[in-house]
Each structure stands twice: as structure tokens, then as C-alpha cells.
Design a protein around this ligand. Structure first.
Ligand code: NOJ
Length: 528
């Protein structure tokens, strides 16, 4: 068993705009993250993943990068970044940053050059194509944010491809100069001490060389976002992408102990291909199956089994419950089941990624139309796809603006922030914050949870149970997915005591052969 740090680590995703504001502009910043490091140590996470903080016109809140090697003044400076890395490392926390290779901002100097004339040396750095004879776009591809993926450039009389906003032109990763320039970007940050990258839409970076039309999506139900109308047969997940990823990995491997994580929304069989030949791809292709899983014991058990069975030899699993693009877990399954979900996430086999704010149980936040920010939500307004409700500020205390800022934040707080905040909840032994922290520290203390094997024991009548085992360390987790009492029988001959429960008054209790779980209850049992 390799001792790579990222196998036993818990990753905590920070959306920098929404974590902590230190310069009173209503938007979070890097110094804010540094200010809150002691909290993260108390919580018990191991690595921070920062969503983009690069100079950007912010059409997609930083996922439109205008300079890969600097910090947007909104978030601070390179000095602030260096100070954050040193302070985090001094507290044994790792820093993973977001790398956005598929597209730049249309204000990036590369695109300004590329769009300045057809004979510009950087013309081929982006994906330019002629119009169809009728003047229409080169093919039928849709942007992920609605409408055609092609925009017309008046000046040079060609279309350019943008898989997301028109302000996010796609780079041409088949061009070796683009690859070389991007590898230098990686080295720039690796030399600054980052511990790894989360790579944005990594499966999209190579497109079909002939730009063929995508076929209709046979599963499209007649309504939904434009992007769902077609199968992404030629615009994503091309066979050639794996060679490019292997190159990226070799760059990262020039530096010891770094991790490469890929953002990939694909079915399991195609997802696991991203571990790469001889595992020379990304270390962790994000496993997003819990993001939209039907929330019941049998479905989750099935996902766990299928996923584990699909992992190639040597591949390390990982799990995600929420992120800045998807509804928060508490919004999806409710407050009681969110506690259970946290227990699931932090006891499963594989590296967990915890989304900031989930530890205080932030649920759905209504965003009034006039406060909406997300470009996707605004481009397809009738679909409810807006991502603002998952990006609201972290709530630290009961003061005005929840200790996030001294002025009105860029997105609203939850209506119950006076009680749903870190300072208040740290005092309450039974709240989800303390549960999360206890689980994280228990995970550190028990190698069975960190690196142990996993065996499913039971998945019926709303109860999911599994065992984690490492040497003499044996732990059993039983989760009740319904609101009523359920019972669960321990496997023959096993006995133990409750180490942690989502509910009160149970810690230390000896577990009888037939165990009663209260509605929505999850428990961690130490066998022995
Ligand atoms: C995925 C990111 O997570 C999302 O927030 C962004 O809008 C798109 N990629 C485009 O970069």
C-alpha cells in the first residue's frame, strides 16, 4: 500500500468568493482563507481545494481566466497566495488549486492575439472554423450554458468554439505550443508549492478532429438544458485525450507528492479510464455518482458495488456529495439525511471531498431574481439551473453578515444564519458541525477508515451497512435512510460499541446482536 498523502486525506473545497472577506468588498479573498486555517485544522480536514482566484473578467466567476499566473486583485495578490501556502503548510494542510485548461477568458492575451487576424501566430491556439454555406455555425454542438457552442467573429469572419460562455473560448489542445504553454503554467504553481490541481472539465480538452455533428441524445425527455439535447459523442471524452492527460501527469510528476484530480461527469466505465494506462492518468477522477443518486439504501449500495468493481487495479476511489455546480446535499436530501450523508462520505473507502458550508448544513437558499449572479441560470432562466444557491457565503457567527464580511455579501446568507453559523454550532455537541468534525478526527485515528478494505453487509429495508477493516481495526457503519425506526442484525459473532452516532445519547453504548436505528440515524460501531 502506497503512502500517498491524498489517499487518506479529506479534501475541503473552498469557493474563494464565499469563504471569508477581509477587505470589506462583500467578496471573499485569499487572506480570508488564511485567516480561517485554524478552523479547518479544528474541523479536521487535510487539504484545501481552491476554486479559481486568477485574474478574470468574472463572466463565469473565475472559470474564465485572463492570466493563469497571477491572482485577481479581488482575491489578493501573489504574495497573499504565497503567504497562504506557507501558513497552510505550517499547519500540515495541503493546497490544491483549480486548473482551467479547456478555455481561457476572451480577454486573455492569447485570445486577443488569436482573434486579431487570421495570420496571427496564435490563430491556431483556439478553435476557429468557417461558417457553413448558409452562414450557420460549423456544427450542431451546444454550449453547456445554452445556445450554440460557436460564436461569429466579425473581424476575422470565422466562428470560434466555446463549450461554455462566448467569453470562454476553447483552447486547441492539439496544438503543441498550447500544451507547452499550459505545462509551464502548471510548473509555475508547482514551484510555488501547490500540492496538486483539480482540473476543470478535463475530459473536454480534446475534440473530434473533424468536428462532426453530435447525434441526438436518445434519453432527452423533450425539456431541459440545450446541452442535454445531444449526446456529447464528438465534443468530449475523445480517445486522444488520454495521451494529453498522460503528458499533464508527467509534468506534475516532475515534482514529488503532488496530486492530479479530474473533473469528469461520465458513466463509471468511461470515468475509470481516466486513471490512465498503468495509472498514468489523473490520480483521482472525481466520482460524482452521489450528486444525483436516488437517496435510498439500495441505490447507494449498488453505486458503491459497481464503482468498486469497475476500479482498475491500483486505482484509489473517491467520493463527492456537493460542489459549487450542484445543489447542496442538505438542499437535496433534507437536514436529517444530510447528517447521514456526511457519515457516509466520511466513512466510505476512498478520498472524500467536502464542500465548504455543508458542515454547517447550509441547505437551499432562495435567491431573488435581482440578486441572481450565475450566467448559466441567467441564460436558461426557465430551467432552474442557476448555481447561486450553492455558492452563498460561509456563515461564521451571528453578527451582521455572519462574520463573512462587514458589508452586504455578493450573495445572500441563509435566513437562519443567526443560529446556523460556526461560532454558535461549535457550542452544540449534537449539531452537524460537531458531527462532521468528530467523523473527520475519528477517520484520522482509525486506519480502517483511512485505508482499510470495505465490505457491504446489508442493503435492504432502508438500511445500508458496511464494514471497514485494516488489521485489527474493524469498524462497522450502519445507516438508516428512512425517517422511521429500523433494525439491523450484526453479522454472526461480531460485537462492539457505538463510537459515533448522528443522534444523541448513544456514544459508548454496547451494541446488541440486533441493533435499533432511530429514524435517519447513522452509527459507527467499533468492533471488539
Ligand atoms: C466546471 C466548473 O466547475 C464550473 O463552475 C464552470 O462553470 C465550468 N467548468 C466552466 O469552466
Amino acid at each position: 500500500m502506497s503512502n500517498d498523502w491524498w489517499r487518506t486525506a479529506t479534501i475541503y473545497q473552498i469557493y474563494p468568493r464565499s469563504f471569508q472577506d477581509t477587505n470589506a468588498d462583500g467578496v471573499g479573498d485569499l487572506n480570508g482563507v488564511r485567516y480561517r486555517l485554524d478552523y479547518l485544522v479544528w474541523l479536521g480536514i487535510d487539504a484545501i481545494w481552491l476554486s479559481p482566484f486568477y485574474p478574470s473578467p468574472m463572466h463565469d466567476f473565475g472559470y474564465d481566466v485572463a492570466n493563469y499566473c497571477d491572482v485577481d486583485p479581488l482575491f489578493g495578490s501573489l504574495d497573499d497566495f504565497d503567504a497562504l501556502v506557507s501558513a497552510a503548510h505550517a499547519k500540515s494542510l495541503k493546497i490544491i488549486i483549480d486548473f482551467v485548461p479547456n478555455h481561457t477568458s476572451n480577454e486573455h492575451p492569447w485570445f486577443l492575439a488569436s482573434s486579431s487576424g487570421r495570420d496571427n501566430p496564435l490563430r491556431d491556439w483556439y478553435l476557429w472554423r468557417d461558417a457553413q454555406p448558409d452562414g450557420g455555425p460549423p456544427n450542431n454542438w451546444f454550449s453547456h450554458f445554452g445556445g450554440s457552442a460557436w460564436s461569429w467573429d466579425e473581424r476575422t469572419q470565422q466562428y470560434y468554439l466555446h463549450s461554455f460562455l462566448p467569453e470562454q473560448p476553447d483552447l486547441n489542445w492539439r496544438n503543441p505550443q498550447v500544451r507547452a504553454a499550459m505545462y509551464d503554467v502548471l510548473r509555475f504553481w508547482l514551484r510555488r508549492g501547490v500540492d496538486g490541481f483539480r482540473v476543470d472539465v478535463i475530459s473536454h480538452i480534446v475534440k473530434d478532429a473533424a468536428f462532426r455533428d453530435n447525434p441526438a441524445n436518445p434519453n432527452f425527455a423533450g425539456e431541459g438544458p440545450d446541452i442535454a439535447r445531444l449526446a456529447q459523442t464528438y465534443s468530449s471524452d475523445q480517445p486522444e485525450v488520454h495521451d494529453v492527460i498522460a503528458e499533464i501527469r508527467r509534468v506534475v510528476d516532475e515534482f514529488p507528492d503532488r496530486v492530479l484530480i479530474g473533473e469528469i461527469y461520465l458513466p463509471i466505465e468511461r470515468l475509470v479510464a481516466y486513471y490512465g494506462k498503468e495509472l498514468g492518468g489523473v490520480h483521482l477522477p472525481f466520482n460524482f455518482q452521489l450528486l444525483d443518486a436516488r437517496w435510498d439504501a439500495a441505490t447507494i449500495a449498488n453505486i458503491i458495488e459497481m464503482y468498486e468493481a469497475a476500479l482498475p487495479p491500483g486505482a484509489w476511489p473517491n467520493w463527492v456529495l456537493s460542489n459549487h455546480d450542484r445543489p447542496r446535499i442538505a438542499a437535496r436530501v433534507g437536514a436529517a439525511q444530510a447528517r447521514l450523508a456526511t457519515m457516509l462520505l466520511l466513512t466510505l473507502h476512498g478520498t472524500p471531498t467536502l464542500y465548504y458550508g455543508d458542515e454547517i448544513g447550509i441547505g437551499h437558499v432562495d435567491i431573488a431574481l435581482e440578486r441572481a449572479q450565475d450566467p448559466w441560470g441567467m441564460r436558461e432562466p426557465d430551467l432552474g439551473v442557476g448555481r447561486d444557491p450553492s455558492r452563498t457565503p460561509m456563515q461564521w457567527d451571528a453578527s451582521a453578515f455572519a462574520g463573512f464580511s462587514t458589508r452586504e455579501p455578493w450573495l445572500p446568507l441563509t435566513p437562519d444564519f443567526a443560529t446556523r453559523n460556526v461560532a454558535t454550532m461549535r457550542e452544540d455537541d449534537m449539531c452537524i458541525l460537531r458531527l462532521t468534525s468528530k467523523l473527520l478526527h475519528y477517520r484520522h485515528a482509525h486506519s480502517a477508515l483511512g485505508i482499510g478494505s470495505q465490505r457491504l453487509l446489508h442493503a435492504s429495508d432502508h438500511v445500508l451497512a458496511y464494514e471497514r477493516l485494516q488489521g485489527a481495526d474493524q469498524i462497522l457503519v450502519a445507516l438508516n435512510f428512512c425517517h422511521d425506526t429500523r433494525s439491523f442484525s450484526l453479522p454472526n459473532g461480531l460485537s462492539g460499541a457505538v463510537a459515533l452516532s448522528t443522534h444523541s445519547g448513544r456514544s459508548g453504548e454496547r451494541v446488541p446482536a440486533k441493533l435499533e436505528l432511530r429514524g435517519d440515524e447513522g452509527i459507527v460501531i467499533k468492533i471488539g
